[in-house]
Design a protein. Structure first.
Length: 363
């Protein structure tokens, strides 16, 4: 708490310096050379033209500037949206809003770049060449280097929903800008990233602190007219906070092997299509040849919820559809979605939706 108080005072102190220096230091380098970045959305391709090639763990993206507005760009397709804001030269703030299970990205590499990733909603799968899988959920943050050759990557979103932020930092470009803005307490970007990447280039995944949560949550809803200066102040505040956050007091995240993940995904697929049958943890364990304890642990790790809750969710969603689209009785619908009697169904439906099936049908 003491450190955070000192930090906030320091942030307020440098705010005036930052605001005065923005007009002088805010120098951007734009390239005339145009390249393209290709995103695959369900086998449909869309070419996007941007200005600066960078990528992150959350999504690999080549950003090439719009000639009319090379600092910022927004793209939406099939319910998915991405927006990018060049905060300083070498520092890009990107927002990702996904409502599907997979997206394929192709991008060129960029040297000495690290990313600060934040998940606001949903989940994202992080797959590594070692064969390990990690999962980010709401409130999770990760920091890591991204130094690879030409990059091809498939992002998987277990809950078909993800809303998050990626702060991409090209150290060679960003360090001089940051040095000019923050003169009282120098922030060494390479040193900052290395603290979180002691054991791997991926770095560290952790739950956000209250201070970090406040900063990131404020970034999602900013009026257009103040975004430019607001993002600049918040980015510096993020760097200041990360420079004092301990890397030793965070619990190591559980990772999962490919075989475990494949089984859990098969279980998820089975439940989503066979929810009307009688399904138990033991029956799933026998069917998919996996110990019950491992099954429960891995399923929650991948999907962020229990098997019981997911099964109930599938049944209730199917019931909602039948209540709105069919003339079947409440009991018939209860049986159709896997409930043996109407009273259990009504109780479960009201617990999930706040209203009875009869009341829901009238809406």
């Amino acid at each position: 708490m003491c450190n955070e108080w000192i930090l906030m005072n320091r942030a307020l102190y440098i705010t005036e310096i930052v605001l005065c220096g923005l007009q002088i230091v805010e120098t951007y380098i734009f390239k005339e050379k145009m390249n393209y970045y290709k995103i695959e959305f369900n086998n449909e391709y869309q070419q996007l033209y941007y200005d600066n090639c960078v990528y992150s763990n959350l999504y690999s993206i080549c950003l090439y500037g719009d000639r009319m507005n090379p600092h910022n760009h927004a793209v939406s397709h099939a319910g998915n949206s991405m927006s990018r804001h060049t905060v300083f030269d070498g520092i890009d703030l990107m927002f990702l809003d996904v409502k599907q299970e997979t997206i394929q990205f192709y991008a060129k590499s960029h040297t000495k770049t690290f990313a600060i990733n934040h998940c606001e909603e949903g989940r994202i799968e992080c797959k590594f060449t070692s064969g390990d899988y990690l999962y980010m959920g709401p409130g999770d943050m990760s920091i890591g280097w991204h130094i690879h050759a030409d990059y091809q990557h498939e992002n998987y979103f277990p809950t078909k929903l993800f809303k998050g932020i990626v702060l991409l930092v090209d150290v060679e470009k960003a360090q001089p800008v940051l040095d000019a803005l923050v003169t009282e307490a120098r922030i060494d970007l390479t040193q900052l990233a290395n603290r979180f990447c002691e054991h791997s280039d991926f770095g560290m995944m952790m739950e956000e602190t209250e201070s970090v949560r406040q900063i990131f949550s404020s970034l999602y809803k900013v009026p257009d007219q103040i975004k430019g200066h607001y993002f600049k102040l918040k980015v510096i505040e993020i760097f200041l906070l990360l420079s004092i956050i301990s890397t030793t007091n965070h619990e190591k995240r559980s990772s999962y092997r490919k075989q475990q993940v494949d089984i859990v995904k098969a279980v998820n697929e089975y439940i989503s299509t066979q929810f009307m049958k009688r399904i138990t943890i033991d029956s799933l364990s026998d069917q998919f040849d996996i110990p019950t304890s491992t099954l429960k642990r891995c399923f929650k790790g991948v999907y962020g919820t229990t098997i019981h809750h997911y099964l109930k969710e599938c049944r209730i969603n199917a019931a909602k559809h039948l209540l709105q689209e069919s003339d079947q009785s409440i009991l018939e619908i209860a049986n159709a979605v896997g409930y043996e009697n109407g009273s259990k169904f009504t109780s479960a439906f009201k617990e999930a939706t706040g209203v009875t099936p009869s009341a829901y049908r009238k809406v």
